[in-house]
Design a protein around this ligand. Structure first.
Ligand code: NAG
Ligand code: FE2
Length: 591
């Protein structure tokens, strides 16, 4: 059922001092008229709301207070918070002269001392009301999680539900598509221009010359700015997870790419481990089809780890949580920055609390389905946090630092920069209206806000309006555009598992010439490790009574037994019939 708001207007005449009669209008959401409201206007033009509940433990959501003086001038005090009988709510129009402290029930907690800090509460019910989903939104999110859990419906605005999986099934082995994804796939963040090979990646001109134009060389192409590198060094030394008693593997590859004269980006060399040695060959497109494909699959698995944990979880979700916490704790609801940011932070805490259970817990996806596992996850996130810079979060700087100003067909850059500029213009319009450089330095609430972010998230200081505008632009860009860029394609690019394997079941090859179609199939994760709840598993606890729970357990055992039967039969068939194998069956009708 839809949760419905309605508004009720209060008109109260109040007296302050001896001179004026003010007209005060209080806008409420929900419920009936509270018993009594007491309003004071203090010397700093302050409104204090006190809810006097006589019988019921009632809560009231106050949207705004409008005060009109006898000359008809109006002051707006946005409130947008729940009033409780137990606390006084103080609203100020002009804050910088005031030292009142906003009372917020958000406290910091440390998930790991080397990654950004998080909200202390671990269930949505502990959050302040104003940042919780309405009932409808919560249900919708649970539904989303359920569907996301099979990795195929993550994007609710799934525009290409059919096009992408079909396309990717055809192209997942194709080098052009492999290169394309570094620019416009799920993770457009990893690639950098390479003007000098790293010492631990001894690619020679002889190895790659067949991939380059005839008269050219690796050296020349590097000079021209046509050589690019994806270096997954942050994954170095991480030991694979054990899932269902089976060892899983991951690599820390280096992948060299060439932007060819036709404007296509193609992989030209892959080394799967960081340390160059005889047992760590450099794979090339000229190797056997299977050697080259297996090398690319390990790169795609490395992409999975960097994308999900660094660029998606850490650099959007967890940073958004830091921004949210700082905003809720340091800025009163009438602060212009609070008003600017609130729509961009509103549901972050609740999403992240739910996401942590789904992803980062012992029963979560990274522990149960991914090569990196829970321990590796923390290691990667610590390393990613240590390498997180402010400039890398600012798209124009990020593009320059990675040397990607001129690479063709980089739509993430093209669209992202346009969005950045639009946001920047908007933020500047609002912030410059309220602030001078001096205000920026003297607004203690603003500086407290920044200190909260610095202490719990990312290092940065600012003193001028321009710096503040850039910072706020970065914040809004990160939680909106950047999150969309790394989140919304999960269905499109991840639906076909071999394009985005969450784990590998065989170690990175140490010699060439060993890989076969069968060995590749055996190295790819089982279907059940591609983030889905198998038939008969119901993550929503709809039943609580013993009998239905026992029936569900029996159902799963029966399905498991049938799975075994079908697989035993298929071994003896020339063409296996696997369509009705329970592990290939979904809980509900797709699409
Ligand atoms: C790879 O895909 C591109 C783009 O669709 C196509 O032009 C090319 O022929 C494909 N290459 C192979 C080897 O199939
Ligand atoms: Fe997300």
């Amino acid at each position: 059922m839809e949760y419905k708001y309605w508004e009720h207007f209060f008109r109260i005449h109040i007296y302050t001092g001896i001179k004026y009669v003010y007209l005060v209008q209080v806008t409420f959401c929900k419920g009936s008229i509270p018993n009594r409201i007491v309003l004071f206007l203090g010397p700093f033009f302050l409104v204090q709301l006190e809810l006097k509940a006589l019988e019921l433990e009632d809560y009231w959501f106050c949207s705004k207070v409008i005060v009109t003086d006898p000359e008809g001038r109006q002051w707006l005090f946005p409130c947008y918070q729940w009033l409780s009988p137990k606390k006084k709510t103080i609203l100020r129009e002009h804050l910088r002269q005031c030292d009142c402290v906003r009372c917020v029930s958000c406290r910091w907690s440390v998930y790991d001392s080397e990654i950004p800090h998080i909200v202390q509460v671990d269930s949505a019910s502990g959050l302040p009301y104003e940042v919780r989903f309405s009932f409808t939104k919560e249900k919708e999110f649970q539904h989303l999680l359920l569907r996301a859990s099979d990795h195929r419906h993550h994007n609710r605005r799934c525009l290409y539900c059919l096009l992408f999986p079909e396309y990717i099934k055809k192209h997942w082995m194709n080098d052009t598509f492999f290169g394309y994804q570094f620019l416009n796939g799920l993770n457009p963040m990893m690639i950098k221009r390479c003007s000098k090979l790293p010492n631990n990646f001894p690619v020679t001109n002889d190895m790659v010359k067949s991939a380059l134009p005839k008269e050219s060389s690796l050296e020349k192409e590097m000079e021209k700015g046509n050589i690019f590198l994806c270096d997954y060094s942050r994954l170095g030394g991480i030991v694979g997870n054990v899932i269902d008693g089976i060892q899983q593997y991951l690599a820390a590859p280096l992948c060299l790419l060439f932007s060819n004269p036709q404007g296509k980006l193609l992989p030209i060399a892959i080394q799967l481990k960081q340390k160059p040695e005889a047992q760590n060959p450099i794979f090339l497109p000229t190797d056997s089809k299977h050697d080259w494909l297996l090398a690319k699959l390990f790169v795609r698995n490395a992409e999975f780890n960097e994308h999900e944990l660094n660029f998606h979880l850490l650099r959007t979700h967890l940073l958004a949580e830091v921004f949210t916490m700082a905003t809720l704790r340091a800025l009163p609801s009438v602060h212009p920055l609070f008003k600017l940011l609130f729509p961009h932070i509103r549901y972050t805490l609740q999403i992240n609390i739910m996401g942590r259970k789904l992803l980062m817990s012992a029963e979560g996806i990274f522990s149960m389905s991914c090569a990196i596992g829970l321990k590796g996850m923390i290691t990667l996130m610590r390393r990613a946090t240590a390498s997180l810079t402010y400039s890398s979060l600012c798209l124009p700087d990020n593009i320059k630092e990675r040397g990607l100003e001129n690479i063709p067909h980089y739509y993430y850059r093209d669209d992202g920069l346009k969005l950045w500029n639009i946001i920047h213009k908007f933020v500047n319009g609002v912030v410059a209206h309220y602030y001078t450089d001096r205000d920026v330095q003297e607004d203690s609430e603003l500086q407290t806000w920044l200190t909260e972010i610095v202490e719990h998230g990312i290092p940065k200081s600012f003193h001028t309006v321009a710096e503040l505008v850039k910072f706020v632009t970065m914040l809004i860009f990160t939680v909106s555009a950047q999150h969309a860029a790394v989140n919304n394609g999960q269905f499109d690019f991840g639906a076909w598992m071999p394009n985005f394997p969450s784990t590998m079941k065989a170690p990175p090859p140490t010699t060439k010439g060993q890989a076969t179609a069968d060995s590749i199939l055996a190295a790819l994760p089982d279907v059940k490790h591609t983030l889905k709840y198998p038939f008969g598993y119901y993550p929503e606890e709809l039943f609580v009574e013993a009998v239905p729970l026992q029936k569900m357990e029996q159902f799963r055992q029966d399905l498991k037994a049938l799975e075994g039967e079908i697989e035993a039969r298929n071994k003896n068939l020339e063409l296996p019939y696997d369509y009705l194998n329970p592990k290939n069956v979904d809980n509900s009708v797709d699409l």
